[in-house]
Design a protein around this ligand. Sequence first.
Ligand SMILES: [Fe+2]
Length: 453
Amino acid sequence: MSAQLNDLVNNKALSPEDNPVLNGNFGPVSEEQTLHALEVIGQIPEALSGTLLRDGPNPVDPQPNHHWFVGDGMLHAIKFSNGKAVDYRNRWVRTEALEEKNGLKASPNAATPLMVQGSGNVNVVYHGGRVLALSEIGYPYEMDLTLDTKRQFDYEGALVGSMTAHPKIDGKTGEMLFFGYDMIAPFLRYHATDKSGDLKKSIEIELPAGVMMHDFGATATRVIFMDLPVVSDFQVLEDGFPMPFQWNDQHQARLGVMDRDSTTDTVKWIDIDPCYVFHPLNSYDDGDKIIMDVVRYNKVFTTPKDSSYARGAQLVRWTIDVEGGSVASRILSDKDQEFPRVNPRFECHPHRFGYTLEIDNKKGFGGLFKHDVLNGTTQYHAVPDDCAAGEPIFVPTGDAEDEGYILSVVYNETANVSEVRIIDAQNFEAEPVAIVKLNTRVPFGFHGNFVPA
Ligand SMILES: [Fe+2]
């Protein structure tokens, strides 16, 4: 991982002028725009009809020691129809914090008081007819496809506590599974909705301490919680750093497996070696065992004053023997990479292909990888030297697992503008079938999804 990103995930103290997340393409844009008549190179496939949504931080009035993860949320949308790119727009998520800073009126709040107000800056998903902008901690914000914020959303009062930014939508059943973590007990809650988006189940799960649980795994029958040694620590806030988490050698790393049909907090905990995982690629049942492919770091969030950090975010396969209480670990790809995605129709079910974003030591981000985990091969989609790709979002167009397109928001440093690359996933190393020039800059951000028309 690059030195810059190393600093970002380790709360390293930086002045705003030197802070890499406030400069270059990590830096925020200053205005909301709606742009039409976008230039397109190549031919946008007719099958690609819908809206690409991308979320990320775009801080207003960032404070000293600003951390990439805490900026005000901004969504970007590119609408496709009939082989054309109709328009691009970007809008801040209307939070109360944003209204206080720049006067853009906040959306109606959910009825239940929040412990922590989310910024809606991590991910945007579409489920049950709703577009939800999601935060690390806090309630989601319901948006429309033109990126107006409709309201803070708490499942009509049914959701207690936070909602993760990384729900899992079962690719076969359409149910959405998620959790929420908070920094006060019980620390963790599991939730499940039906395919229409009604909240059907919530289970409180106790943990020994509050940990940063950014994501989780889900199979057709089970869910997997990652209780890893990045522990909440309010002293970090008092020391002037905005992310209240630190690596803690005393915290036992473990995975918790729970049946999806459980109605109680019956979790089988299995100890693993210390590590950190922001994002699984996908998880599935393999008989009694579970296959969980993840991007694994040896260590992150070392203390603000100590940025020593074991580099490398590798794609790793965990084979979880639930009955035997052990986890076998095998490296699938040792290249530095992040933002793993699969064909959404295969989420929670056996996959063969996975897509990731290359971490580049000089630029921050590089090209894209397509992994064939069945054959153990990797293809690489290169971008020009002055360009850096974003999360690879798969849009299925047929029944074969890799039949579809990868969409990635790519930044061109020379022109200081961004573009959307549309890549045929079955011809991954070839030039994109189309490049949509956005004629503006989309800051490096986190996650997104495609909403079919
Ligand atoms: Fe994430």
